[in-house]
Design a protein around this ligand. Structure first.
Ligand code: NAP
Length: 307
């Protein structure tokens, strides 16, 4: 089958770390072009803007939009209007409504849109989802603690409105939780710690429940130095599950479970090509909706300035 001619817009950290290796490792894609003001990928035709790339004679079937969420809508709109399939990095936008606008536009133009959640492609996720269909979860604890200075050096956008602060990694945990739990959860309480000199939280504590009374707590913190923690601990009617390393390790009742080895982004790109070939879309905004709820319901606490 003819490979999908894929372009990337917004070349930065995640493109070099994950997208380029995943695309080059999948024979179903050819990396056709990039659109990025200051950056490019070696050996790939480079344009400065989406408009310039779309006006060129480079053949492009699909575009991955990897710039920060505040700057994604306009580029995505241009891509969809030009008839290109779109892969949105997480979070899919800066607001829920702009994502709905893009979803409607993609449906109208008959192109595929993927609101990607890479953490849902961690190998433990589908195993745990199946387990929780047979064992009712009672209590879920999410501990997502990392060092912002290590993971987001010089990224000012994460501290600006729409950048989500600690929810930038925290939304990955929420994407897993919303995928694995059998019932829809909703927020009941939240506390957001915002540095005195910034616009977005550096830490958040969240409590959720669902129609059956499941307790779900989340502790997101960007101030953790040393060992990093991306864990979800679940107690069910008859079992105890511990997802570690963002869903790359799984322990059930104290015994380690053997997981498949496929990486998150190779799996995501396989999913995207299946959507394109099947002429369908996948746009689930549940993780972003929970973040919006936290900003709406959460108590805002001013904390130490971030320097
Ligand atoms: P980044 O490196 O800070 O930004 C990516 C690129 O976006 C930049 O190199 C820049 O390229 C472009 N950009 C920056 N500001 C822009 C603006 N105002 N207008 C248009 N383009 C702009 O960010 P990143 O870490 O790759 O993250 C990008 C997205 O991927 C985010 O939504 C993030 O949540 C998600 N993500 C990141 C990671 C991670 O580990 N970093 C993991 C998973 C997902 P030019 O200057 O060349 O235009």
């Amino acid at each position: 089958m003819d490979p999908i001619q894929l372009a990337i817009a917004g070349v930065g950290k995640i493109v070099h770390d994950q997208h380029v290796p995943a695309i080059r490792g999948n024979a179903g894609y050819a990396l056709a072009a990039t659109a990025s003001r200051n950056n490019s990928v070696e050996g790939v035709p480079a344009y400065k803007t989406m408009a310039e790339m779309l006006a060129s004679d480079t053949r492009i079937d699909a575009i991955s939009l990897c710039m920060p969420p505040q700057y994604r809508y306009e580029a995505a709109r241009q891509a969809i209007c030009a008839g290109k399939h779109v892969f949105l990095e997480k979070p899919p936008g800066a607001t829920l409504s702009e994502v709905e606008s893009l979803k409607a536009l993609a449906a109208e133009r008959g192109v595929t849109m993927l609101a990607s959640w890479h953490s849902r492609h961690a190998p433990a996720v589908q195993v745990v989802k199946r387990h929780l269909q047979a064992h009712r979860p009672r209590r879920v604890r999410v501990i997502w603690r990392e060092d912002v200075r290590h993971w987001h050096p010089d990224q000012e956008w994460i501290w600006q409105p729409g950048g989500l602060g600690v929810f930038d990694p925290g939304i990955n945990a929420l994407s897993i939780v919303t995928e694995i739990l059998p019932e829809m959860i909703f927020l009941t309480k939240a506390a957001l710690e915002v540095p005195a000199n910034r616009q977005t939280p550096i830490a958040a504590r969240l409590a959720f429940t669902d129609a059956t009374g499941t307790e779900v707590e989340a502790d997101f913190d960007w101030r953790q130095t040393g060992e990093q923690t991306w864990d979800i601990v679940i107690d069910t009617d008859g079992s105890h599950l511990h997802l570690k390393k963002g869903g790359h390790e799984l322990w059930i009742d104290g015994a380690q479970y053997a997981l498949a080895a496929e990486g998150e982004y190779p799996s995501l790109y396989r999913h995207f090509s299946q959507l394109i070939r099947g002429k369908s879309s996948d746009v689930d905004v549940a993780p972003l909706r929970h973040v919006a709820d936290a900003f709406m319901l959460g108590q805002h606490i001013v904390t130490d300035a971030f320097v």
